[in-house]
Design a protein. Structure first.
Lengths: 161, 161
């Protein structure tokens, strides 16, 4: 059974395994495909964010973070990022993480969730977020430097909670 | 004569004077109006940003920062923030800072500049950016918690260089 829970220090290696295998394709996330393990603490386990993991039989299969998208007077809008281990695709983990984050964001007092850079060519992600009520509120022309396609547009997506 | 130059450690107090008087109105910037002086280093003089000041006769009248808006595969788009001391309004300092930043961003190799949260009620700023070729590429519904008006929309503005 897949359980979603808050991440702790002991999860660092498991999260890194997901993170590394997800970013190396350079087609969905802004993180440099050559990011090293030490930098994970800054990108995925920083003090200003909350990190969660999806676990099954002691193995981490997915993870997400939630944080204020802006400081101060913009801090009522959350920002989330989700990753699923490539070997665990098709088990509905992305959906589970998304559902957990929507509930969680609301409980944490956020009024909305905003994604700042959804790669336009990542149609699976765009469709998933739309299914959960996210709308494209803007598009950054050539906002993402895709590893194989070069500069492609990136969407800003938003959902009021 | 107004000169724009890179900021150094000796400028901390002068920048803080601008920063403090600008954010206290809570109607244009996300920074919490109660931000303390120590936090300025994180918001305006952090290692991942470059900070500039507009100086006249040894007095700092304005400042701006430039940084990558995203890490890695989104780092070709810059993000800038500008502040002018309320007592120095009407001297064209905002325009000078904007012009300097456009030239500077290009020289630094950025392909575009993106503003993530331009308060929709700050019509002067919206008009200034439009004059310099920035387009509204998206609007965050109720994205800004205005100190007197409550939640108001915030624009995402973008200009290709």
């Amino acid at each position: 059974m897949i359980q979603i829970r808050k991440a702790g220090k002991k999860d660092y290696d498991g999260i890194w395994e997901i993170f590394e295998s997800v970013i190396k394709t350079g087609d969905t996330y802004v993180f440099d495909p050559r990011t090293n393990k030490e930098a994970l603490s800054k990108y995925w386990l920083a003090p200003h964010m909350k990190t969660y993991v999806a676990e099954e039989y002691g193995k981490l299969l997915g993870t997400y973070i939630i944080k204020p998208n802006q400081t101060g007077l913009g801090a009522h809008v959350a920002n989330c990022s989700y990753m699923v281990h490539p070997n665990a695709q098709g088990k509905g983990i992305g959906k589970k993480l998304c559902e957990h984050s929507l509930e969680n964001a609301k409980n944490l007092g956020f009024k909305a969730i905003q994604f700042n850079i959804v790669v336009s060519t990542n149609q699976a992600a765009v469709n998933l977020w739309k299914k959960y009520g996210f709308k494209i509120i803007g598009t950054i022309p050539k906002g993402f430097n895709h590893l194989t396609l070069g500069y492609v547009d990136a969407h800003i997506m938003y959902k009021e909670l």
